[in-house]
Design a protein around this ligand. Structure first.
Ligand SMILES: [Cu+2]
Length: 481
């Protein structure tokens, strides 16, 4: 990206790798190869030899186009490069994936650019690279906002700072401020036709699209930022195949003058989280890597890997040996905060000036191909919106699929493919914590989030819990807790 066009935000540490200090996203390193070899019971030589070739797919028979140089950037325009490469799964398998990247990279690139570092379209016409928003807002340490001070009226609880903390966003995120213009130039570096569509982001909820972009070609898309909300950009070609291969991302639209609400007059939050689910079908990946075309009727999807913000299992939980992965998981995915009094009847309530009695927002997005059931322990979540439509507070109804359309407490939030749901996690004292337990706690309380679609808890067809998992933390008032 151009220096004059995309500047890292001051103090925002704009582009840490979520794949480790060595950036080793596309190849096994030697240590990984040794581990892989040991686990698989094969010899070290064979394991090291495996470093030099992809673990999953054979070299495609047909020729791949040469990788062209990055285009000369245009002011206010975000360039996306459709690339292919091998991504490391949680069990160190390398799986062929495609993606919208920051620069053109080759199939065998050790670090294929398959996901962009988050970018922000500002009202003043700029594209800014930053993992955090609002720009210039304080960064929550390790992802956790610290409170304004004790809540004198409620033992062990805290006053929450209003309109103060920035939120971290995962890779693939595009943020557009309301009033901005989204300008995308999309370069197709692959040998098939591809397309970028932003679902329901146009007038009247129409899709915005580049239309099909031929191999080696480029597409251009410009549209006014739609209403505040959460959108999915993806390749609709042979749907859902190209999306499932990794050609997707999220567009979050926010009002820069009211940036701590999901939409004007709607739920306020301390900070927000963007949870993006993805399921990887290695058979589909192998077919496309070899130059074939997946027929979803003949080969129904059977995903083998399930990801939250592009991490699974122990990496999603921040328990990997890699500090950079763990930090990214904490900053982007693992909801955390200090316990507070919340009244969902008034998300914006303040008892003291500059404070908020509210929770944190979780925007759940499913560009993948599996149905998910996002299930929380410890607190229920208050579901507010689905697909940018505010659910009513009263006089709800049952939709055509039998779902209740009404704001409500849920411990399981269903996410169908292409669904987006906005929820508040209250971060409140768990209702079953008695006074004795509550008043004597000396450490952070951690609660699991796991998807109730049980296959999604595994990796590689059985490794548990290697899939779509997370946890959330209720911080302890005791220092060091
Ligand atoms: Cu459970």
């Amino acid at each position: 990206m151009p220096e004059e066009n995309v500047s890292p935000t001051e103090g925002n540490n704009p582009c840490p790798s979520t794949t480790g200090p060595d950036g080793n996203e596309g190849t096994l390193d030697r240590a990984g190869a040794l581990k892989f070899g040991a686990a698989a019971g094969i010899g070290v030589l064979a394991a090291v030899a495996a470093v030099n070739r992809p673990a999953v797919a054979a070299v495609p028979a047909r020729a791949r186009g040469r990788v062209s140089a990055a285009a000369v950037p245009l002011p206010g325009v975000l360039d996306l490069y459709i690339n292919e490469g091998y991504a490391k799964m949680v069990d160190d398998s390398l799986v062929y994936q495609r993606g919208f990247g920051d620069k053109p990279t080759a199939l065998r690139d050790a670090k294929p650019s398959l996901r962009i570092v988050p970018k922000i379209f500002t009202r003043n016409g700029k594209v800014v690279q930053s993992r955090t928003y609002p720009l210039g807002a304080a960064l929550p340490p390790n992802g956790t906002p610290t409170p304004a001070g004790p809540d004198g009226a409620n033992s062990g609880q805290f006053m929450i700072m209003r309109n103060h903390w920035a939120s971290y966003f995962p890779q693939r995120t595009i943020i557009a401020e309301t009033g901005s213009t989204v300008r995308l130039r999309v370069f197709n570096g692959l040998s098939g036709t591809h397309q970028l569509t932003v679902a329901q982001a146009g007038p009247g909820g129409q899709d915005e699209t580049t239309w099909p972009i031929p191999p080696g070609g480029e597409g251009y898309l410009e549209f006014a930022a739609p209403g505040a909300g959460t959108y999915i950009y993806y390749d609709p070609t042979n749907s859902p195949v190209q999306r499932a291969l990794g050609l997707f991302g999220s567009l979050v639209v926010l009002d820069p003058e009211d940036a701590w609400r999901v939409a004007p007059h709607q739920m306020a939050f301390e900070r927000q989280w963007l949870w993006v689910t993805h399921a990887v079908d290695t058979k589909w990946a192998n077919i496309e890597a070899a130059g074939g075309t997946v027929d979803p009727e003949a080969d129904p999807a059977v995903p083998r890997y399930f990801l939250l913000n592009d991490r699974s299992g122990f990496e999603a939980l921040g328990h990997s040996p890699n500090p950079a992965i763990n930090r990214a998981a904490h900053e982007e995915s693992l909801v955390s905060g200090y316990p507070r009094q919340v009244d969902v009847r008034d998300f914006g309530e303040d008892v003291e000036l500059g404070t908020l009695r509210g929770g944190q927002a979780v925007r759940m997005v499913n560009p993948g191909i599996a149905f998910h059931q996002i299930h929380f322990h410890g607190n229920h979540l208050w579901t507010v919106r689905r697909n940018n439509v505010e659910w009513p507070r009263k006089n709800g109804h049952v939709d055509d699929e039998g779902h209740v359309v009404l704001q409500q407490w849920e411990d399981v939030v269903e996410l169908q493919p292409m669904d987006r749901k906005d929820c508040i996690i209250p971060l409140k004292r768990p209702p079953d914590a008695t006074d004795q337990v509550w008043n004597n706690r000396t450490e952070d309380w951690k609660y699991p989030m796991h998807c109730h679609a049980e296959m999604s808890q595994t990796a590689a067809g059985g490794m548990y819990p290697g899939g779509l998992v997370a946890h959330w933390e209720l911080k302890s008032p005791v220092s060091g807790g």
